[in-house]
Design a protein around this ligand. Structure first.
Ligand code: 0K2
Ligand code: SF4
Length: 314
């Protein structure tokens, strides 16, 4: 049995930055750090931070006045930010800069009363945060999740002040089909050149496509609530490879592996590399002989943490 490892996989620049913001804040402020929502959608990352004393909350009202609050990598709405300011919280913003970029565009559209269509998954914190940047009395933001939702929109097809934006972690294939039909239905619609799907999502989806050509089973490491990890598992299945999404090696069932010759392993943007190592060790124990890294796009992008949260390295 051979094991092939996808590249790139695991932590993206936005996740690395978010974790560093919280870790440095713990060292600098030496007090309780509250985080709005899970900093990133990974059980193991959250457990590690919780063990260091970090408190995760869903509601700003659960945080004592004047405390330190970190906004998760997925970002928050304007209303949430206002609530935090009202409670005189010290805000450390771990929203990924690529999500913030979309926030700014949506906010600009709202100020200009441009009707907006947002493609994303209902209820996902990034979607709640991004839609929550739109606040116009004269125009609206509409959320769509699928091609079918386009027909349900009550927008004049000849609307000239209309644009669209997307969540950063969507399926590339699916989103492109939605955008294609949007452009056909609303000929005057404008939007980003491609879509707002980020580089990390794109690279990880391309990497699993590559993996699917040489494997007869794929393991995607990533928590159940991680949108980008879920999209990877969906893609593997769509291509027709037997694919399973796992939190860690503990979820692997021996019957999955039976008669498999080439097993592919990848990890979502919020899944730490130690989980990949554990999966490899487990597969070795049950007979894997060769472990090979598959060549892929090299990621050089990194995001700085805010200056006041930087700790100089020796
Ligand atoms: O993929 P998701 O947006 O659900 O989020 P995570 O699994 O936490 O990955 C980091 C991406 C955060 C923002 O794009
Ligand atoms: Fe940023 Fe993309 Fe990572 Fe989300 S998945 S945190 S948008 S780099």
């Amino acid at each position: 049995m051979d094991v092939f490892l996808a590249n790139p996989r695991g932590f993206c620049a936005g996740v690395k930055r978010a974790i560093l913001i919280v870790e440095n804040a713990l060292k600098i402020y030496k007090t309780t750090i509250y985080v709005k929502h899970e900093l990133v959608h990974n059980k193991h990352v959250i457990k590690k931070l919780r063990n260091k004393g970090v408190i995760f909350v869903e509601k700003i009202s659960d945080i004592p006045n004047n405390s330190i609050i970190v906004f998760s990598a997925h970002g928050v709405s304007k209303k949430t930010k206002e609530q935090a300011l009202k409670k005189k919280l010290i805000i450390l913003n771990a929203t990924c800069p690529l999500v913030t970029k979309v926030h700014k565009e949506v906010s600009k559209a709202s100020k200009r009363n441009i009707e907006t269509i947002f493609i994303g998954h209902k209820g996902h914190p990034e979607v709640v945060g991004t839609i929550g940047q739109y606040n116009s009395k004269h125009s609206k933001i509409h959320l769509i999740e699928s091609i079918e939702d386009i027909n349900k929109l009550s927008i004049n097809p000849n609307h000239k002040k209309l644009n669209f934006f997307t969540q950063t972690t969507l399926s590339i294939n699916n989103t492109r089909s939605i955008i294609k039909l949007l452009k056909k239905t609303f000929p005057y619609i404008s939007g980003p050149k491609k879509e707002d799907i980020c580089y990390a999502t794109t690279n990880r989806q391309n990497a699993i496509i590559k993996l699917s050509k040489i494997t007869d089973m794929i393991l995607v490491i990533g928590s159940k609530n991680s949108s980008n990890s879920k999209r990877l598992a969906e893609l593997g299945k769509e291509i027709g490879v037997f694919t399973k999404q796992i939190e860690s090696f503990l979820d692997i069932q021996k019957k999955w592996i039976k008669n498999k010759k080439c097993i592919g392993v990848t990890a979502g943007a919020s899944a730490p590399e130690f989980l990949v190592k554990q999966v490899i060790e487990y597969l070795k124990k049950i007979g894997a002989q060769n472990i090979k890294e598959i060549e892929g796009n090299k990621e050089q992008i990194s995001f700085n943490v805010p200056k006041h949260l930087t700790i100089p390295q020796d």
